[in-house]
Structure formats: structure tokens, C-alpha cells
Design a protein around this ligand. Structure first.
Ligand code: ADP
Ligand code: TRP
Length: 327
């Protein structure tokens, strides 16, 4: 039987990239047979967060987002990472068998350095804590976005180093990517990868005028609607692809390719994508409002999740302590 586990950092409002690249597949995986653990990576968020009130708020926001988007809480355990301090103990044990070189090769770390970030020790050892998260629950499948694949591979390596030194303690996890290239790399309104750090993102629960305005900012060229075009090259079309059913999408595609007087302009595409997105998330938006109005419910869910997750992680921690001679 498989154990599924994934986490999301609580560093901001969730955008379409987070949804199609990560959360949507977390929620879908819960239908598969096995155990399911999803958590809000607040310890990880501390590598960048410096505002305590905002940290608390964002943890709730991610929890509510998962709940509103339909995570089946009868089958999945939703919890806050920092409610399971056992992962920090595991992270220490893993750090003692992991070479500096492995961490120095991490793409995400190298990217941060290239951006001129002054790295903290926590940022450098981020993959160790992530490995501890993964190994603590005996996870076998880790659904993640493309940029997290290397981190899952590093968890395989670290689990392997520990097992090699002290005997079979950790299971070997495998990553799993979202289906389809479109969802693996959702583009932002400027055409680059959607990311909150590029300020090109669209919040999944945005709606009304603000959402319409956001769609209006999607970058286009100045070609006339009549000119026949390849839809795959058009950014507004990429957004249609996210939300339209295949029959309607095929019609748009055909009209764009054909060009002429009947062809839709960029403005038309943006308006249709805006409407379709608004409709797509409408049920989740309504549920989110309900959860916002009932904070006690979120607290109950997280408390129950913490209890279940801790029991699992404590058992793994005990196994690891014993194996390496600390018990
Ligand atoms: P951001 O780049 O906005 O800071 P995160 O790094 O917090 O996003 O990503 C959280 C999760 O969402 C990761 O699993 C990541 O792979 C996924 N993700 C983020 N942006 C995208 C995107 N544009 N397309 C697909 N998946 C994405
Ligand atoms: N690093 C992941 C992200 O930025 C979040 C994360 C932390 C995670 N621990 C994890 C994902 C364990 C999968 C498994 O999105």
C-alpha cells in the first residue's frame, strides 16, 4: 500500500501555478488507495518569513484553501509541519550522514544565491528538513511540482545514506508530477513561469473586477485578430486551455488558426478565460468564505491532523534513534 505525502509552503496566497502544478494533484491522489498526508510547511516558510502575524495568517489561508478546494478529510490527514517537531529531530539525524556537497548542488539553493539572497543556514539545509518530512511518514509517493523533484531525489539519497550506515530505517520515496506539460509549468501573465516572486501570478480565489483587470494585463503582441495564428504561441490561449472543456477549446483553436473576420481578438480570449476561471473556482470560493467565518473548524482539523501525523513521525523517529544508537 502506498503512502502519499506532500507539503506546501505558507509563503503567500496560492496561485494558478500552485493549484495546477501541486494542490490539484494532491486532492486527486486522495482517491487512490493508500494513506494520505498533506501539510503546511511553516518551518520552511520561516526561511523567508519575518512577520509573525502574517505567518499565522498564511498557515490558516493554506489550510482553508486545501479544505475549500475539496481535500477529502475523511481520507487525508491535513496538518501543520511545526505541529510535528519530530521532523526536526529526524532532520538532525539526516544532516549527520549528509555531505555538504549534496546540498551545494541543490538547484533551488543555487537559484537563490544567483538572485543575490544572503543565505541563512536554514535556507542551505532546507532539503534536509524536506527529506525528514518525506521520510517521517514512510512516504512512497510524493506528488510535487517539477521544481521540487530534485528535493525528492535528495530525500532518497539521504534516506539511503542513513540506511547504509545504520540498517533499513527509511522507505524509499518516489516523486510524481502533474499530468501534462501545461500543468507542470503554468505561465504567468507576463509569459514567464507563474510565481509569486515574479509578481505575475493570479490568486486562485480572486474574482470580479480585480480578476478581470488581472486578465486584462496578460501580455500579447499587436497582431490583428484577422491574421491567422498558432494558438499555442498565444498567452491568452494558454489560460483558456486551463479552464475550458475540450469541445469549446477546439472551437477557439480553430477560429484562431483560421483568422479572418470571424477570428477572436486577444480581448475576447481574455474575457472568456476570466469568466471560465471565475466559474471554475466559484464553489471553492463559496466554501472558503464559510471556513473563514468558522475558524474553530480549521483549528479542529489541524489539531486532529497534528495528532495523527505526530504518532506516525514519532514512531519513525524512535526507529531512527534506536538504529543509530541514541536509544
Ligand atoms: P512560487 O514560485 O510562487 O514561490 P512555490 O515555490 O511556493 O511557488 O511552489 C509551491 C508548489 O507549486 C510547488 O510544488 C511548485 O512546483 C508548484 N508551482 C509553483 N509555481 C508553479 C507553476 N508556475 N507551474 C506549475 N507548478 C508550480
Ligand atoms: N518545498 C516544498 C515547496 O516549496 C514544500 C515542502 C516542504 C514539501 N516539505 C515537503 C513538499 C515534503 C513535498 C514533500 O513547495
Amino acid at each position: 500500500m502506498n503512502t502519499f505525502l506532500s507539503g506546501l509552503q505558507s509563503t503567500g496566497l496560492l496561485h494558478l501555478g500552485n493549484y495546477f502544478g501541486a494542490i490539484r494533484q494532491h486532492i486527486a491522489a486522495v482517491e487512490e488507495e493508500g494513506e494520505h498526508f498533506y501539510f503546511i510547511a511553516d518551518y520552511h516558510a520561516l526561511t523567508t518569513g519575518r512577520d509573525a502575524e502574517l505567518m499565522r495568517e498564511r498557515v490558516r489561508e493554506v489550510a482553508i484553501s486545501y479544505m475549500a478546494l475539496g481535500l477529502d478529510l475523511d481520507r487525508a490527514t491535513l496538518f501543520r509541519q511545526s505541529d510535528v517537531p519530530e521532523v526536526c529531530e529526524l532532520a538532525w539525524m539526516l544532516s549527520c550522514v549528509t555531505g555538504m556537497g549534496l546540498l551545494e548542488r541543490a538547484h533551488s539553493y543555487k537559484d537563490k544565491l544567483a538572485q543575490g539572497v544572503q543565505p541563512s543556514v536554514g535556507l542551505f539545509t532546507y532539503p534536509i528538513l524536506m527529506a525528514a518530512d518525506i521520510l517521517a511518514y514512510d512516504s512512497t509517493i510524493v506528488p510535487v511540482g517539477k521544481d521540487q523533484v530534485q528535493h525528492v531525489e535528495m530525500a532518497q539519497d539521504m534516506g539511503g545514506y542513513f540506511n547504509g550506515a545504520f540498517g533499513e530505517v527509511f522507505m524509499r520515496p518516489e516523486h510524481r508530477l502533474a499530468q501534462g506539460g501545461l500543468h507542470q509549468r503554468v505561465q504567468g501573465i507576463d509569459g514567464k513561469k507563474m510565481s509569486k516572486s515574479y509578481a505575475n501570478d493570479i490568486w486562485i480565489f480572486e474574482n470580479g473586477k480585480r480578476l478581470k483587470k488581472r486578465f486584462g494585463k496578460i501580455v500579447t503582441d499587436s497582431r490583428a485578430p484577422e491574421e491567422p495564428k498558432d494558438p499555442a504561441e498565444l498567452l491568452p490561449f494558454r489560460f483558456l486551455e486551463l479552464f475550458l472543456d475540450s469541445a469549446e477549446l477546439a472551437q477557439w483553436e480553430e477560429r484562431v488558426r483560421a483568422g479572418g473576420a470571424e477570428a477572436p481578438g486577444y480581448g475576447h480570449m481574455k474575457i472568456r478565460a476570466f469568466e471560465a476561471m471565475e466559474e471554475y473556482f466559484a464553489p471553492a470560493r463559496a466554501l472558503r468564505e464559510e471556513f473563514l467565518a468558522d475558524p474553530g473548524e480549521v483549528d479542529r482539523v489541524l489539531a486532529l491532523g497534528a495528532e495523527k501525523a505526530r504518532t506516525r513521525a514519532a514512531a519513525t523517529r524512535d526507529r531512527a534513534l534506536k538504529a543509530c544508537g541514541l536509544r
